[in-house]
Write a protein that binds this ligand. Structure first.
Ligand code: ZN
Length: 105
């Protein structure tokens, strides 16, 4: 599993999952040097908006595809919306993981 380097001491001490749940208002402590580490406000906010928009677009696309193929029962539409949202949002989250960098708070 990928780990992230602490921006203060440069050691690879921050686990993938701890970093995934970081937001601009939240910070975690580096196990090696004790520095408080977070994500940049603008970058994480931008990707938050982008992921939300992608989920809506993907969900609506799933509903439209499902409805156009005459599969219009409630549970089928819900599953299609969920699948569409996941499929469209996944690349945005992948890209966020690639461009994300950490900052000392
Ligand atoms: Zn550190």
């Amino acid at each position: 599993m990928k780990t992230y380097n602490c921006p203060a001491c440069e050691r690879s001490t921050l686990s993938f999952w701890r970093v995934q749940f970081l937001g601009p208002l939240r910070s975690i402590r580096c196990d090696a040097c004790g520095a408080r580490v977070s994500v940049p406000w603008l970058l994480s906010s931008l990707f938050g908006l982008l992921a939300t928009g992608a989920a809506w677009v993907g969900g609506l696309a799933g509903i439209v595809v499902c409805a156009s193929s005459n599969l219009v029962s409630g549970s089928t539409l819900a599953v299609a919306a969920l699948l569409g949202a996941v499929v469209v949002t996944a690349p945005v989250l992948w890209l966020y993981g690639r461009v994300l960098y950490l900052v000392v708070k």
